[in-house]
Design a protein around this ligand. Structure first.
Ligand SMILES: *Cc1c(COP(=O)(O)O)cnc(C)c1O
Length: 412
């Protein structure tokens, strides 16, 4: 048996046993997002620095803090335990004391979403499902397709028209059934939910499925473990629906509760200026559901985030903050991160770096602060987005003089 003790509503705090609805019946599916609770005293007994030494270098090393029964817990895996990369030149460019990048571009499908999908697929199998579905702008879907292929179950994916080609290619390569909905993302999401209800498919949509956030939590668990003796002041995440940042906060807090670390880090959420409902919700305590706005960082282009309350509560509990940064600055962050650290981030991932610069400018992060920025997705997933940010090649005929001329010009 897992160490899960039940589920609690993030709005009304009602507690439920496992096995019922995925959202709070009293508050409804829009506001009644649930949070998975564990017996942390029991977890603390077997999840220790010593036992961790012998475990798989993947998300499954934190078995006590995952919502899975033993027989559905893989003993090995390919997801997570991503490196923490020291980034002194980028730190200097941003004007912070120290910067480390949590490089989640190295997950198998190239994004942070693999953490959630892997737990989602294992959880679906534990509940006896062989068909899993999700609606996604890209990464959640390509990641679900990967995890389903590895586990030998079927992924059903509802994408909208704006899905980047690289991500679409991944889904199809992994053998998912892909429905491209010729309408908005909101309609794709709705349709996915209806189909899941009708056909009894497992719904991977992270924002409403509390078990998925438990997968995202592993990034926080890893940051805590990797920085145990060398804590950061700030951990920075880009934010769309809010599940990733809520998961990271929960991971850090869980590791403190069980005594594996003795420090807190403040957590900074970064949104694109064009689509920043969580920045406002953090100030006002209410979500603007008008759904207006746009950004080129497609993975965080979420006008009406579904997990806003979990994200806002978690960031507040960490004594953290939210900032927004415009598309120009996100493009600059794509360039700087690649050139000064070697990490090629997709726009939504580079937003966390742009957010560090913004928080520094506003005095939220100090000049001597130590920062960990989570890089959530690989730049190769959206080459069109990348090319908008990184410039053009020199198009020339095969002539030596033309090369020499350009070299001379650019070294001048
Ligand atoms: C999904 C995603 C995010 C944001 O995660 P949310 O849970 O939606 O807040 C950030 N970056 C990338 C690359 C993503 O795919």
């Amino acid at each position: 048996m897992s160490l899960v003790t039940g589920l609690s509503c993030v709005q009304c705090y009602a507690e439920y046993p496992e096995g019922g609805s995925l959202t709070c019946p009293a508050c409804g599916p829009d506001e009644g997002i649930l949070d998975v609770r564990y017996n942390l005293d029991r977890a603390a007994r077997s999840l220790t620095t010593e036992t961790l030494l012998k475990r798989t270098r993947s998300i499954w090393r934190y078995r006590e803090l995952l919502p899975l029964d033993e027989e559905f817990l893989p003993t090995r895996g390919t997801i997570g335990f991503t490196p923490m990369i020291e980034a002194p030149r980028l730190a200097e460019a941003l004007g912070v004391g120290r910067l480390r990048l949590k490089d989640d571009t190295r997950n198998p499908s190239g994004s942070f979403k693999d953490r959630a999908s892997a737990v989602g697929v294992a959880r679906a199998m534990q509940e006896g499902h062989t068909e899993i579905a999700c609606a996604s702008t890209g990464n959640a879907a390509s990641s679900l397709a990967y995890c389903a292929a590895v586990a030998g179950v079927r992924a059903n994916i509802f994408v909208s028209r704006i899905v980047p080609e690289g991500k679409l290619a991944q889904m199809l390569a992994y053998g998912a059934r892909v429905f491209k909905i010729m309408d908005s993302y909101a309609r794709a999401y709705e349709l996915c939910t209806r189909v899941c209800e009708r056909l009894g498919w497992y719904n991977r949509n992270a924002a409403i499925n509390p078990y998925l956030v438990e997968g995202k939590k592993t990034a926080g668990l890893e940051i805590a473990e990797q920085c145990a003796d060398d804590p950061p002041d700030w951990v920075v995440c880009s934010v769309g629906d809010g599940c990733s940042i809520a998961g990271v906060c929960k991971g850090l807090a869980s590791m403190k509760s069980i005594g594996l670390i003795d420090w807190d880090a403040r957590v900074l959420g970064v949104q694109a200026a064009g689509v920043a409902p969580l920045v406002r919700a953090f100030e006002t305590g209410e979500l603007d559901r008008s759904g207006a706005g746009d950004t080129y960082a497609d993975s965080i282009n979420v006008p009406v985030p579904r997990n806003w309350r979990k994200a806002v509560n978690a960031v507040r509990d960490s004594r953290g903050a939210f900032v927004s940064t415009d598309d120009e600055k996100i493009m600059e962050a794509v360039r700087l991160t690649a050139r000064l650290t070697g990490v090629f981030a997709e726009p939504a991932a580079a937003a966390s770096v742009a957010g560090v610069a913004e928080a520094r400018r506003r005095g939220i992060i100090g000049a001597t602060s130590s920062v960990v920025a989570v890089i959530t997705g690989n730049g190769l997933k959206d080459t069109r987005g990348a090319l908008q940010a990184v410039g053009k090649p020199h198009e020339i005929p095969p002539e030596l003089d033309r090369v020499l001329g350009i070299v001379e010009q650019s070294s001048a």
